[in-house]
Design a protein around this ligand. Structure first.
Ligand code: ZN
Length: 289
């Protein structure tokens, strides 16, 4: 059996007075319990304090990270803004070129007139950046389409210019114009579907535009005849030649020698009968000189 009461004696050094304390056992238990609770309390507070301290430093770190991300977001927004401005300038140039080329107005890309100073806009967010990127991408697609269209137009123009008859096919002088005239053979009024250019036999005849030889033969009335198809509805006829230097299917360039002046077929003397036909209809070749 443990005792019910305790006595603690305290004997200070160099003194004769002895202090005596009497405890009940229950009191001793109470003291022990209080000490234990106190220890637990202090431990808990210490733990809590340390944990809060960790949280605080994590919070500071996250705040700093957030600030730098916000800065980066603003920087990207500014870059995007510059790109958008450049795109607007490109779109304006594109529109000018289209006007020059007489092409239809380009589709609106919604970029022009937008933008404005980057500081004045609502706080940038990833979703607004994404929207701007999408708009830019759409604008780039439209510009590309437009550029391809312009390029196609210019290529067509270039081919058309090369295909359109231009200049004199032979050095000489005009002895008969295009239009109604009295036939030198029958005396009746007939349509003269070309012009006659007099030159001495053997004078070189040149193609008046790029094209493909579709006839190189002797034809009734025409005598030795060369016909060139230039595309775009244009064909040219060179008649009464003394010699032919090209073959059917041959590709010729403007200025290339194709035949020599003669007086074959129905002719009163050496000359070139030159016709320009547009979509099968004879037109006045002088319009193409
Ligand atoms: Zn003629």
């Amino acid at each position: 059996m443990s005792p019910r009461r305790f006595t603690v004696l305290i004997i200070p050094e160099g003194s004769h007075r002895v202090r005596r304390f009497n405890f009940k056992r229950s009191a001793l238990y109470a003291v022990a319990a209080i000490a234990a609770l106190f220890t637990i309390g202090v431990s808990f507070l210490t733990y809590d304090y340390l944990r809060n301290d960790l949280d605080r430093s994590e919070l500071n770190r996250l705040k700093a990270e957030n600030r730098s991300q916000q800065k980066e977001l603003h920087r990207l927004a500014a870059v995007l803004h510059d790109m958008r401005q450049e795109m607007v300038v490109l779109a304006q140039n594109d529109a000018k070129v289209r006007v020059l080329a007489k092409l239809s107005k380009p589709k609106s890309d919604g970029l022009t007139g937008m933008g404005g100073p980057v500081e004045g806009r609502a706080a940038e967010s990833f979703s607004s950046l994404q929207r701007e990127i999408d708009e830019l991408r759409q604008a780039i697609d439209l510009r590309r389409e437009s550029q391809e269209e312009i390029q196609g137009f210019l290529n067509d123009q270039k081919s058309l210019l090369a295909a359109r008859p231009k200049g004199w096919p032979v050095r000489g002088w005009i002895t008969s114009n295009f239009g109604m005239r009295r036939s030198p053979f029958t005396g009746q009024r007939v349509m003269h579907e070309g012009i006659d250019i007099a030159a001495s036999t053997g004078t070189p005849i040149h193609a008046s535009a790029d094209g493909i030889v579709i006839r190189a033969e002797t034809a009734p009335g025409y005598g030795k005849l060369v016909v060139i198809d230039h595309g775009y509805g244009y064909k040219t006829y060179y008649a009464h030649a003394s010699r032919i230097f090209v073959k059917v299917g041959q590709r010729v360039r403007r200025g290339e020698r194709i035949a020599a002046v003669g007086s074959t077929g129905i002719s009163t003397g050496p000359h070139l009968h030159y016709e320009v036909r547009l979509n099968g209809v004879p037109v006045n070749p002088r319009k193409y000189f």
